[in-house]
Design a protein around this ligand. Structure first.
Ligand code: HEC
Length: 127
């Protein structure tokens, strides 16, 4: 009976390390792909740091503040709200749902939230 325990332990360790690896990949992998998607689809209006693009605001005839995704009123919003706005569009923002998959939109939401977090931390540091 005793030798049976070894394959079990090794099997368990193997499964556990695979699980750990896939979690790591998810947490480190999501941001770069969100960043790429953001650069390809959103930067021309929302700017590199999601703080809004001045020329885009001018040509869209919107207040530049509306393009700033790191402002407080957007930081307060839920992931669900962000997903819906990205997918369905918002005012002068064209819907992105037809061009992006739900998982791409999810990566974008995570990326925007990471920019928001960085911005909030910086703003607190500046005080
Ligand atoms: C053609 C320009 C344009 C592009 C491209 C664009 N947006 Fe927007 N986006 C806007 C405008 C304009 C608004 C503000 C609309 C309003 O407030 O009436 C907006 C609003 C938003 C909001 C809601 C913010 C709020 O005020 O609640 C989110 C979230 C957002 N955009 C995310 C994205 C993401 C992510 C992408 C890329 C996939 C993207 N946008 C691409 C123009 C654009």
């Amino acid at each position: 009976m005793k030798p049976l325990i070894f394959p079990l332990v090794y099997g368990f360790l193997f499964t556990f390390s695979l699980m750990l690896l896939s979690t790591m990949e998810r947490s480190f992998g999501a941001e770069p792909s969100g960043q790429k998607l953001f650069a390809a689809n959103c930067v021309r209006c929302h700017g590199l740091n999601a703080k809004g693009s001045m020329p885009a605001a001018k040509s869209l005839k919107v207040d530049p503040v509306q393009l700033d995704l790191t402002r407080e009123s957007v930081v307060e919003k839920s992931a669900k709200y962000l997903r819906e706005k990205i997918s369905d569009g918002h005012g002068k923002m064209p819907p992105q749902g037809p061009r992006l998959s739900p998982s791409q939109i999810q990566s974008l939401v995570r990326y925007i939230q990471s920019l928001q977090k960085a911005y909030v931390l910086k703003a607190q540091g500046d005080k």
